[in-house]
Design a protein around this ligand. Structure first.
Ligand SMILES: Nc1ncnc2c1ncn2[C@@H]1O[C@H](COP(=O)(O)OP(=O)(O)OP(=O)(O)O)[C@@H](O)[C@H]1O
Ligand SMILES: [Mg+2]
Length: 504
């Protein structure tokens, strides 16, 4: 066994109503890639935040290279070369890439005067991004970059300091295939240089590919530490959830119903190129494509979040004008976005508020709200989606990332909508909870709802869709019945340049 870089011993953390960590042990060797695995709410992010001094533990000890860490703070952790990339992106949208990378550590021209050496910082930024093989301009504003590119900037920011222990909390959930490849290449490179890495991901294939050892947490408790070479993906699932998951894609086939949505020749300059599609009651239309291919832009244009330049939309056979998501909701069509922090949730509000906010009309009694009914419905959603929360009154920002995602789903389930568009519905969701999301989709189609599902996970596209569209560069490049589709067929259509017109 190599030198132990980090040892956490019997670490405990209690939040009001939850014991997030119950005497957790973690031992990480110098220069290894150590995976932390566990279901949503298992305590992974909390353990990291204690290690980086963001939270103070209620018990236990931390040792770095054998020395006990007495009082920990983010500054101290950084000084010890412990650099975290948190699950939530922490970039400032209005600033550019260079400003974000050097935030708080600006390079000065002359130290005594506060004059910044912009040129030096830009050059260094360029170097770091080139090392990551990212063609991102140092002067681009963060808000103009997609989520995947933003994540690469976060990673660049972490690499801009001297790092001994790099912590990556679900860095890949927003990344495309090529970006993941670059990240893994960088991780291996850092490892060769002796950097220790803690890696958190719900994607077991990635865990198998990149990890050396894995520690599993379940419900705030330490379960095991193993060599990754010695365990299968099924073993990992069993350790995480405490049981076998027999069917990862429990698809229920429903009779095809009437056409619910028809999109005809929809275009938006530069992102959506003459797309036509149809969605039917009882069916799931899967939309596959690479990250950045225009899938999110397509669904945003359909529901009126972005302006279309041309094209027509028919709902239940009627031509409609949709200029705003509110119009879409009026016609019973909702979009569950991939970006829960900015679009899907009121983080400072309670679980109940979020679960009922999309449908307040339902609860109106004269001028008052029917509070009992709001609470009952929320309890029902917590139960059916297995949302891990101490109460209906807990603020959403206190839930783990995956449980926040479930609240977004709950919010829209609790409407009368009959056309559901999901954009990456299982991003950041653990294996067990994924199955719950698929069961929700089954229940929706069973109710006669039409579902559209944008997803980057090919097994999910193949396992859950009835009909599949592939988008590349804003165009539909292929269409398949689920039975005739394969990963290879989808990937080759997803990388066609230009594309073809699909006839509807
Ligand atoms: N600031 C907080 N206040 C109250 N409770 C919290 C807070 N942060 C986390 N929790 C609770 O602690 C538990 C562990 O959460 P944590 O975020 O560590 O989970 P996780 O393993 O990172 O999950 P995920 O995979 O969903 O990101 C959860 O029950 C969560 O609701
Ligand atoms: Mg987390």
């Amino acid at each position: 066994m190599g030198e132990i870089f980090l040892k956490m011993e019997k670490v405990t953390k209690i939040f009001p109503g939850v014991k997030a960590l119950d005497e957790i042990n973690l031992e990480v060797e110098t220069g290894e890639i150590h995976v932390l695995l566990g279901e949503n709410g298992a305590g992974k992010s909390t353990l990291i935040k204690i290690l980086t001094g963001l939270y103070q533990p209620d018990g236990g000890s931390i040792y770095i290279k054998g020395d006990a860490v007495k009082s920990n703070s983010p500054q101290q952790a950084l000084a010890a070369g412990i650099v975290p990339i948190y699950q939530e992106l922490n970039l400032i949208q209005e600033l550019d890439v260079t400003e974000n990378i050097f935030m708080g550590r600006e390079i000065k021209k002359i130290e005594r005067f506060g004059i910044l050496d912009r040129e030096k910082m830009e050059n260094r930024t360029k170097e770091i991004l080139t090392e990551l093989n990212q063609n991102i301009s140092p002067t681009a504003l963060i808000q103009d970059l997609g989520v995947g590119k933003q994540q690469m900037v976060e990673i660049g920011k972490a690499l801009s300091v001297d790092v001994n222990l790099l912590i990556l909390d679900e860095p890949t959930s927003a990344l495309g295939k090529d970006e993941v490849k670059e990240l893994f290449r960088t991780m291996r490179h850092l490892k060769e240089k002796g950097v220790t890495i803690i890696f958190i991901s719900h994607k077991l294939d990635e865990v198998k590919e990149i990890g050396d050892r894995v520690t599993v947490l379940r419900d705030g408790k330490y379960i095991s530490t193993k060599n990754i070479a010695d365990v299968s993906e099924d073993d990992l699932v069993r350790e995480m959830v405490g049981r076998d998951i027999k069917n990862q894609f429990p698809k229920v086939k429903i009779e095809k119903g009437a056409e619910a949505l028809r999109v005809k020749n929809l275009s938006r300059a530069g992102v959506v190129n003459n797309v036509s599609l149809r969605a039917y009651r009882g069916k799931v239309l899967g939309i596959a494509g690479l990250v950045g291919s225009g899938r999110t832009e397509l669904v945003r244009t359909i529901i009126g979040a972005d302006r279309k330049d041309s094209g027509e939309i028919y709902i239940h056979g009627q031509k409609v004008e949709i200029n705003h998501p509110k119009d879409a909701l009026k016609y019973g069509m909702v979009l569950l976005t991939e970006d829960r922090k900015n679009q899907g949730l009121f983080l400072d509000q309670t679980v109940e508020f979020n679960c009922t906010s999309a449908n307040l009309n339902k609860y109106k009694q004269n001028v008052l709200l029917d509070l009992t009914r709001q609470k009952e419905d929320t309890v029902g959603l917590i139960r059916s989606l297995q949302i891990k929360t101490p109460s209906t009154q807990t603020k959403v920002k206190q839930l783990s990332g995956g449980n926040q995602q479930k609240v977004v789903i709950g919010k829209w389930l609790n409407t009368e909508a009959d056309i559901f568009i999901f954009d990456e519905p299982t991003r950041g969701i653990d294996v067990g909870a994924k199955v719950e999301v698929y069961n929700v989709i089954n229940e929706l189609t069973n109710r006669g709802v039409a579902v559209i599902m944008v997803s980057s996970e090919l097994p999910e596209i193949l396992g859950i869709s009835d009909h599949i569209l592939v988008i590349s560069e804003g165009k539909v490049t292929a269409e398949f019945e689920a039975e005739e589709a394969t990963q290879e067929k989808i990937m080759s259509a997803a990388t066609i340049n230009g594309g073809i017109n699909n006839a509807v």
